[in-house]
Ligand binder design. Structure first.
Ligand code: PGA
Length: 246
């Protein structure tokens, strides 16, 4: 049985009432049988890690550089994230791809760097509305997954999380149906079988992300190939507690 994993992606936002108080309060209602991750802005990693204490909630970064260190003004390394208390890091979120020119190759380099830094990458993939309408969703997900995992061993892959996030569902209030999300996640699981093997594919957790709310979370997370969610907007509100317990 794969352990479910629910991650909140705060993006460049502060939750209601301030990061530390919010994280501390939410951590109290975090279920113990689900991995909960708060992916917070860089400066919040250390204080939020302190705020959640030994509740079992983990902290994650939202991005890292492909290199371990160097003259990259304004960037942050995986090692720095880990030293600050992060356990996970988002890689290749669609906003990184859209606004910061991250390609599948860069996503692969970042995923490898995350693993080398002792972080567990949450690798984001997903199609735009145009791509869905063109009928290339599954082809695209297969390609994104294959490139993202190049050079990553079976053992390392088992620790990675894949987040399927249709771009048209992110921040739009338009959620994929549970059937659409399951079809995509099942296709990703199939490509994982092809890259690695059945055993490894069964270990890798696949999340759904895109307009997840307390209303739709339970139905999505109940699908056989959906192992939790990556939640943006709704992770900034106290009722994220409901999603964590869905
Ligand atoms: P959303 O964002 O839940 O606000 O749609 C999801 C994400 O960007 O990960």
């Amino acid at each position: 049985m794969r352990k479910k994993i629910i991650a909140g992606n705060w993006k460049m936002n502060r939750p209601e009432g301030g990061a530390m108080a919010f994280a501390k309060e939410l951590a109290k209602s975090a279920p113990k049988d689900v991995d909960i991750v708060f992916c917070v802005p860089f400066v919040g990693i250390m204080p939020v890690a302190e705020a959640v204490g030994d509740s079992g909630v983990c902290v994650g970064g939202q991005n890292l550089h492909t290199e371990a260190a160097g003259a990259y003004t304004g960037e942050i390394s995986g090692e720095m994230l880990a030293a600050a208390g992060a356990k996970y890091v988002l890689v290749g979120h669609s906003e990184r791809r859209q606004y910061f020119g991250e390609t599948d190759i860069i996503v692969n380099q970042k995923a490898q760097r995350a693993l080398q830094s002792g972080l567990l990458p949450i690798i984001c993939i997903g199609e735009t509305l145009t791509q869905r309408e063109q009928g290339i969703t599954i082809d695209l997900l297969r390609m994104q997954t294959k490139i993202a995992l190049q050079g990553i061993s079976e053992a390392e892959a088992a620790a990675c999380v894949i987040a399927y996030e249709p771009v048209w569902a992110i921040g739009t209030g338009v959620v994929a149906t549970a059937e659409q999300a399951e079809e995509a996640c099942a296709a990703v699981r199939q490509v994982l079988r092809e890259i690695y093997n059945d055993q490894t594919a069964e270990k890798i957790r696949i999340q759904y992300g895109g307009s997840v709310t307390p209303k739709n979370a339970a139905e999505l997370f109940a699908m056989p190939n959906i192992d939790g969610g990556l939640v943006g907007g709704a992770s900034l509100k106290p009722d994220f507690a409901e999603i964590m317990n869905s």
